[in-house]
Design a protein around this ligand. Structure first.
Ligand SMILES: *Cc1c(COP(=O)(O)O)cnc(C)c1O
Length: 362
């Protein structure tokens, strides 16, 4: 839920997050090459005349990256979330969803006729209660963000997968805030927590760490992906992804497949920022995620501090109600692999200087 600050975010948060790949010379070149070779677009949905070899190639690469059987591309992850649940779940089924899941998951679930159970945020006891309550359902799907974008908190996937196994449920994760940089090889939250073989379905975006342009996808069992190609409405009834977008994303995935360096430097820079800020007396929410919410509480303070940071040459955005709960205003910093250690240190210095001015740290 990023709506309330979207006019800032377009240039702020997503800029930083995507920058590692969106400006990468090889990514840009792949986009130009695809434009020249394949054209601007296809004037068609995938199944009519909207599939080129580069779409199939990107689907294969994404399946390989996530170590899943198959992949289906969408125009966005919003569409991937809108298309999945209705196809997979009928009235005899149940969906168990974290109460703080992303808006597009909530909308996707609204479109399906399964019974809905909402469990408390990351609360395994409550999830187990809901699994017990839904025993009579034919098929049950546990649905969670891998990482929750406002606080940068990571879903307890080990426990979720354990419970799902115990109660015979499937597990779905939305990895928009994890794909490309969480885990030792950047595969995502499931890699980080050692459950790649236990999470059945993953949706994610090409619009954040994988080139930052647009596009989304589902990876999972071949039979499911085939079913989605037959039935998923956003896939069937919306235009195919433009070749330059596909070209850029494919190159970004290739870079990540070729080397773990980017993912690992992300982790190191994230810890550098989090540790130095904590040492300076700031409170950073979440754990080990490159989304680093500097918690300030007061909305006016967050906004004033962000203004002062900009004067020092650091572009960060204050978030306040209704984007985050009342009294939990913050500046949400996002670390990018394109940042140097010096960039990070300079940002911390600027935080200390403005923090002192406003009495946040001493
Ligand atoms: C950004 C985001 C989406 C939407 O992705 P798009 O490709 O921009 O539609 C879906 N889910 C989560 C968790 C997100 O953060």
């Amino acid at each position: 839920m990023e709506g309330g600050a979207s006019h800032h975010l377009q240039t702020g948060a997503s800029y930083k997050r995507g920058r590692q790949h969106r400006r990468h010379p090889e990514v840009v070149k792949a986009g130009i090459d695809a434009l020249q070779k394949y054209g601007a677009g296809l004037s068609s949905v995938r199944f009519i005349c909207g599939t080129q070899s580069l779409h199939k190639n990107l689907e294969e690469k994404l399946a390989q990256f996530h170590e899943r059987e198959d992949c289906i591309l969408y125009a966005s992850c919003f569409d991937a979330n809108a298309g999945l649940f209705e196809v997979l779940l009928g009235p005899d089924d149940a969906v168990l969803s974290d109460e703080l899941n992303h808006a597009s998951i909530i909308d996707g679930i609204r479109l399906c006729r399964a019974k809905r159970f909402r469990y408390k945020h990351m609360d395994l006891n409550d999830l187990e209660e809901k699994l017990k309550e839904s025993q009579s359902s034919r098929l049950r799907l546990v649905v969670t963000d891998g990482v929750f974008s406002m606080d940068g908190d990571v879903a307890p996937l080990k426990g979720i997968c354990h419970l799902a196994e115990q109660y015979g449920a499937l597990v779905f994760i939305d990895e928009c805030h994890a794909t490309g940089f969480m885990g030792a090889r950047g595969r995502g939250t499931d890699e980080l927590l050692g459950v790649m073989d236990k999470v059945h379905i993953v949706n994610s975006t090409l619009g954040k760490a994988l080139g930052g342009a647009a596009g989304g996808y589902t990876v999972g069992p071949k039979a499911l992906i085939e079913l989605l190609r037959q039935r998923s409405r956003p896939y069937l009834f919306s235009n195919s992804l433009p070749p330059p977008v596909v070209g850029c994303a494919a190159r970004a995935v290739e870079l990540l497949l070729a080397s773990n360096e980017i993912a690992q430097s992300m982790a190191a820079k994230t810890m550098r920022f989090r540790n130095n800020m904590t040492q300076a007396g700031f409170t950073i929410s979440g754990t080990a995620h490159p989304i680093c919410p500097v918690m300030l509480g007061d909305a006016r303070l967050a906004s004033l501090m962000a203004d002062d940071m900009l004067k020092l040459g650091v572009y960060v955005i204050g978030f306040s109600y209704p984007v985050v709960p009342k009294g939990k205003a913050r500046i949400r910093v996002q670390i990018s692999a394109a940042h140097t250690d010096e960039d990070i240190d300079r940002a911390v210095e600027a935080f200390i200087q403005t923090g002192r001015k406003h009495g946040v740290v001493s």
